[in-house]
Design a binder for this molecule. Structure first.
Ligand SMILES: NC(=O)c1ccc[n+]([C@@H]2O[C@H](COP(=O)([O-])OP(=O)(O)OC[C@H]3O[C@@H](n4cnc5c(N)ncnc54)[C@H](O)[C@@H]3O)[C@@H](O)[C@H]2O)c1
Length: 321
């Protein structure tokens, strides 16, 4: 049995990672999550309802900014791995609450790295973001492209997280693997993200706000593919520090995404066109050749297949998500 600490394990990506680890049978899983109200905490409770039935699972409701509460968890359990996914997510809200984002995403990460150092945890997987690339003119985005010009507080906190991970790997021999997730979707997707938000509005017959002219492009990554990459990072041992893109390596225009949703939902969207939002980048597009080579990452769900799967889940929840 190996012990893993999953921060943010009640959230969208974290709860899928817990599903995967529980299915493997040889993990003891501790989740730290404060179940905050960035979106309805009832959704997070539903995400973990089945997990709570397992005797190999433990939930600690705590805030990663609270290093004393975190310290008590590390006193009780010797972890082999930390998968650090807890964060204030979302680009746009970070513009109005930059302090909350930096305290959670930077200080919270340092708290965990400090405890990893104190307690001899040797493997640290960090949930970073494609937003660190900022307005990168060069596509697709490769891990060694510069990330020194983030355009939102959220992106800056993720870039800072990667830097502090590097420092701890160098100083204390903690293997840190930073994973840059490219817009993740699938069952339980956060309700603030476009695919989920649009589906809800379209089915309610309400207009969807489209920022810009619909040509903004995103590399949308299906949750099962992301989890495949995270799982590989948990066992990765070929170097002491790495950054990996986890994307689909397929970039889709917003207007095409809306058409795919309309087709899967069998309904038409009402478009409310708005100016491009500050902090939003025009394009994301992952070069995944490094992840393929070193992690064995192999995404398989194209958007044309993933959107109907998402919609099936969404409609199965009665449109409540
Ligand atoms: N979903 C995406 O498309 C995407 C893209 C890039 C990066 N990421 C990153 O992946 C990670 C998971 O994202 P997600 O989409 O699953 O988000 P999510 O909001 O569903 O999950 C994050 C979880 O962390 C918890 N959390 C937040 N602040 C906390 C704190 N101070 N203490 C303890 N727990 C706290 C939340 O309650 C939540 O359950 C985040 O780090 C996010 O920045 C996500």
């Amino acid at each position: 049995m190996r012990n893993i600490l999953v921060t943010g394990g009640a959230g969208f990506i974290g709860s899928h990672l817990v599903d995967r680890l529980l299915s493997e049978g040889d993990w003891r899983i501790t989740v730290v999550d404060d179940l905050n109200d960035f979106y309805d905490p009832a959704i997070k409770r539903a995400n973990i309802a089945e997990h709570l039935q397992s005797e190999r699972y433990r939930l600690v409701e705590a805030d990663i900014r609270d290093d004393e509460a975190l310290g008590r968890i590390f006193e009780e359990t010797k972890f082999d791995v930390i998968a650090h996914l807890a964060a204030r997510a979302g680009v746009r809200p970070s513009l109005s609450e930059p302090k909350l984002y930096t305290e959670t995403n930077i200080n919270g990460t340092v708290n965990l790295l400090e405890l990893a150092r104190e307690h001899g945890v040797k493997q640290f997987v960090f949930g970073s973001s494609s937003s660190v690339y900022g307005v990168n003119e060069k596509v697709p985005f490769a891990e060694d492209d510069p990330i020194s010009q983030p355009i939102s507080p959220y992106a800056a906190t993720k870039a800072a997280g990667e830097l502090i991970c590097h420092t701890y790997s160098h100083l204390y021999d903690i293997r840190c693997i930073c994973l840059r997730f490219f817009t993740v979707y699938g069952a339980r997707q956060r309700p603030d993200l476009a695919i989920h938000k649009f589906s809800k509005l379209i089915t309610e017959g309400k207009p969807i706000q489209v920022f810009g002219d619909g040509t903004a492009r995103r590399d949308y990554t299906y949750i099962d593919d992301i989890i495949q990459g995270v799982r590989a990072a948990i066992d990765y041992d070929r170097s002491i520090y790495e950054v990996f893109n986890l994307g689909e390596s397929q970039t889709i225009e917003l207007s095409r995404l809306i058409s795919l949703l309309e087709r899967a939902l069998d309904m038409n969207a009402i478009i409310d066109r708005q100016p491009m939002q500050p902090g939003d980048v025009p394009t994301t597009f992952a070069d995944i050749s490094k992840s393929r080579k070193l992690l064995g990452y192999n995404p398989t769900t194209k958007i044309e297949e993933g959107i109907p799967k998402f919609v099936e889940w969404f409609l199965g929840t009665g449109g409540q998500g």
